[in-house]
Write a protein that binds this ligand. Structure first.
Ligand SMILES: C[S@@+](CC[C@H](N)C(=O)[O-])C[C@H]1O[C@@H](n2cnc3c(N)ncnc32)[C@H](O)[C@@H]1O
Length: 306
């Protein structure tokens, strides 16, 4: 099945349903009213609007305005001021959580190589392989890492620890449960078919009943989930992670703010740790010296700390 882009389709991680929410930005032209709305969200709701693209924010806000039948930014900010439920809905709508198991399968071929490399090295030194899936949405990315670790005979799953983080609590709630309902438009079996090349029957790790997929205990035990805001919070750890996977968040972030976020990630990596970003994403030129390109097409980098 071909993958749709984040702006094409949004997956509701709570219900597992998929809905068309790609909305045109509001036609209101008063830039002051839009700026006032963003200032309110930044100051009162504590969401760093200034870090995200205006067009992205406008699409999300316009979608909420349609749902709440408000016609202008001014009307909508008034609604926000008086309605805590709408504040929550808007914040949740900023969290675009399109994701999937083994998203961009060819990238996962490279991730497998990195895991094998780290696993072999950890075996020699009797250490743990530490992985951070940052902005992990509802957990399918860290669970893909865990599935790979458990099924690939060249990776020692017992030595692999995976941390999944996201800014969205509802997404993390789904992640912790490890149960996914298949929406009509998404084929989870197809996503998991990446695992078919292994002799082992992967269904022993993912229980599948009708349209519900439940990750097995072994797979869930290798992953822990925590809330983390990549813009405002400190690194999850300093110099500890062998691999950070942070995919499909930077596309929504203004260029100037990618730098501090990538610095947070760089600080979290071991001296020669690996970084994988989304296929449509880039490392700003000013940070290129911190990361050596390992595979430009698949957006795989390796830390180059002095
Ligand atoms: C498109 S999803 C990417 C999911 C997964 N990495 C993938 O590629 O399939 C982007 C995720 O970034 C999260 N996010 C947005 N702003 C964030 C921030 N400041 N810090 C951490 N996560 C954030 C959203 O909640 C959402 O789950």
């Amino acid at each position: 099945m071909s993958e749709q882009s984040a702006t094409d389709r949004e997956i509701d991680t709570e219900s597992g349903s998929s809905s068309h929410t790609d909305s045109e930005p509001s036609t209101e032209t008063d830039p002051d009213a839009f700026d006032d709305l963003l200032a309110f969200v930044e100051a009162e709701l504590n969401f760093a609007t200034s870090h995200y693209n205006d067009s992205y924010l406008d699409r999300r806000i316009s979608s909420r305005m349609r749902r709440t039948q408000t016609d202008t930014y001014t009307e909508y900010v008034d609604l926000l001021r008086s309605d805590p439920d709408e504040q929550e809905s808007l914040l949740e709508s900023f969290s675009i959580n399109v994701t999937g198991f083994f998203r961009n399968p060819e990238v996962w071929d490279s991730i497998r190589q990195i895991l094998r490399h780290c696993s072999a090295r950890a075996q020699d030194t009797d250490e743990t392989v530490r992985i951070w899936s940052a902005a992990c949405a509802d957990g399918r990315e860290p669970y893909s890492l865990s599935l790979l670790a458990h099924l690939d005979p060249e990776i020692n799953a017992d030595a692999v620890e995976i941390l999944g983080t996201d800014i969205s609590e509802p997404a993390l709630e789904t992640a912790r449960k490890g149960v996914y309902k298949e929406p009509r438009t998404v084929d989870l079996d197809d996503q998991l078919s990446f695992l078919e090349e292994y002799d082992e029957d992967y269904e022993q790790y993912v229980e599948h009943q009708e349209r519900t997929y439940k990750l097995g205990d072994d797979i869930r035990q290798s992953v822990t989930f925590e809330r983390h805001d990549l813009i405002n919070d400190e690194p999850k750890s300093t110099t500890d992670f062998d691999l950070v996977v942070c995919r499909n968040l930077f596309i929504y972030i203004d260029n100037e703010f990618k730098r501090p976020m990538l610095q947070t990630i760089a600080r979290s990596l071991t001296d020669d740790g690996f970084l994988v970003i989304g296929k449509a994403e880039t490392i700003p030129p000013s940070l290129k010296s911190a990361f050596e390109v390992r595979d430009a097409r698949r957006r795989i980098y390796q830390c180059d700390k002095p």
